[in-house]
Design a protein around this ligand. Structure first.
Ligand SMILES: [Zn+2]
Ligand SMILES: [Zn+2]
Length: 159
């Protein structure tokens, strides 16, 4: 699949990344939005799947996971895919937040992140607390703008 570029806003809360900070997410294990040739429905009640056809006559489904998805949100995801863009959700909707202040964490652990260029790498679990993006919070840690970037090797902590 080609790298689709990200939509302007979080598909769930409809805020921009500039409003929220942190990273765009596409999968966390409990929340997901993707295009698939496979229908997925039901599953674990805490993290249920829903699928809708992308087009009436096509073979692709918009697949979402989690309890945050209203019919309107799924519609927005579908419209986004139909425009050739990639829907995503923010770290607040995806629960990759600071336990103290609720701002996005610098590092959205165990999540797939979506960059400006459509790259979609996975943030592995690392044994370090990289803090949050909120300068007024005691857990604040300075990384590059909008937090830790797993693609920049010099940023990766060694412990
Ligand atoms: Zn959001
Ligand atoms: Zn914080």
């Amino acid at each position: 699949m080609i790298n689709r570029l990200p939509a302007d806003r979080c598909v769930l809360c409809q805020k921009t990344l500039d409003e929220i900070g942190g990273r765009r997410l596409t999968a966390t294990g409990a929340n997901l939005v993707k295009l698939s040739s496979q229908y997925l429905g039901g599953g674990d009640k805490r993290f249920p799947y829903q699928s809708v056809k992308l087009t009436d006559d096509g073979d692709n489904y918009v697949v979402v996971q989690g309890t945050a998805w209203t019919a309107e949100a799924i519609d927005r995801a579908k419209e986004t895919f139909l425009k050739g863009l990639r829907p995503w959700f923010c770290q607040v909707c995806g629960h990759r937040q600071c336990s103290k202040c609720g701002f996005p964490l610098n590092y959205p652990v165990a999540a797939d992140v979506l960059y400006d260029d459509g790259e979609n790498p996975h943030c592995m679990i690392i044994p370090a607390d990289l803090g949050c993006i909120n300068p007024r919070c005691e857990k604040y840690k300075i990384f590059i703008r909008n937090g830790f970037d797993p693609r920049i090797k010099s940023d990766i902590p060694t412990t």
